[in-house]
Design a binder for this molecule. Sequence first.
Ligand SMILES: [Zn+2]
Length: 399
Amino acid sequence: MAGDQSLLKRINRMAIVRSVKLRPGTFRAHLAAATGLADSTVSVLVNELIEEGWLRADASPGRRRAAGRRPSGLTLDGTRLALLGAELGVDYLAVAACDLQGHPLLSRLVDYQHRDAPRSLGDLMALVAEAHHRLARDGRRPLGAGVGLPGMVSSDGVLRIAPRIGWRDLAVRPLLAEALRRAGCGDLQVSVLNDANAGALSEYVFGDAPAVDSLVFVSLGHGVGAGIVLDDRLQLGHAGLSGEVGHSILRPGGDPCPCGRRGCAETLLSQEVVSREVTGPGHPVLHLDELLRRLEAGDPAVRLAAAAAGEHLGLLLHNLVVTIDPAVVVVGGPLSRLGDLVEAARASLVRLSGASTSHRPEVRVSRFGSSAGAIGAAGHVLQQLLNPLDRRPRASQGH
Ligand SMILES: [Zn+2]
C-alpha cells in the first residue's frame, strides 16, 4: 500500500541519518551493516538525502584508492536545512534556529509581559515567522518549529496549567497554527512541549556524539522543572507530566505553593524566592540581569540568597540522582546563570552523598545558556523526524 511504502521509506531514510549522526564520517559501505538495509537501497537513499540537504559526502584526504576514487565519509549537512525553536518564558520570548548539528544560526530573546494567550502566542509566532523568512533568504529550508511552554503539557497536547502566567487547559497548537498562517508561514509544522523537556533535548539531540542517553536537565527560573532522557527518548510519564520536580516537597508544612501543596521545591529555589530574599517581601521580582549585576558587584544579600537556593537545589538533585541514576545532570534556565547558586548546589550534593561513592554524575551548566529552551524545541523537531515510528512522546504532538 502506498502509505505503508512511504512510511517504510521514511523509516529507512531516517535510519541512515541517525546512523550518520551517531558516527559522523561513516562510509556508505558501513551503512548497510549498521542499518540492515541492502547496499543498493543505501546507495539510492544516500543520494536522495544528499540531494535534499540532509547529508554531505566529504572526500577523505589520504584515503585515495588505487582506482583514484576517494571513499567519501558522510556527515550531516549543516548548510541547507534548518530547525526552528521558540520558548515562551514567564517574562521573555525566545526564538532560535540551528542546523542539523545544533550549530546556532540565529537567536533572539526579548523581555515580555503576557496579557492573553492568543496575543502572546501570536507575538511568539511573529518572531518565528521573522526567523523563517531570514532563513529562507539565506537559502535554508526550515523543517519545522518546536515551541517550549512554561507549564505542564499533557499527552493530548494541551497546556494543562502554566501557573506563573495563569493559563490553564489551553489547546495551544491550533492557536500557534493560526498565528503562523496569519504571519505567512502556514506550511510550517509546529510541535509543543514543556520547557524543561526542551532543555533536556537541547543537550541530548545536539550533544557531542555519542549521545549521553541518561540525562536529567533541571530548569530553574520562575518555576522549576526537569526533563529526563533515558534510552534514547524523553520520559514523559503516564499523562505526559513527569519531571514536575518543582512540586516535589522539600519542606513538609512549609510555605504554600501556587499548586496547592506546601513546601514544594519552587517555594525554596525559584527566581521569586531569590529575589524576595534580596529585597524583602512585597517588592516586584528582580530581573535576572539585575540579580547578576548585584552579584558581580559583590552584594552579600544576593550571594546569601543564591547560596541558600543552591543548598535546596543540591537536595533536589540528590533525590533525582538516586532515583534516576543519570550519567549527566545539566542545570539550565535563567537562574543557572547565578554561578554561586550552582556552586552551592554542587557542594550540597557532595555533602549529602556522605561516605557513599555511588551515584556521582557529572553536573554541569547548560551549553546553550538562555537559548536552551528554544534550541531544544528545535531539537524536538529533529528528534520527531528521526523517529517516524515513535508514538510515545505524545505530549509533544497535540491535536
Ligand atoms: Zn507546588
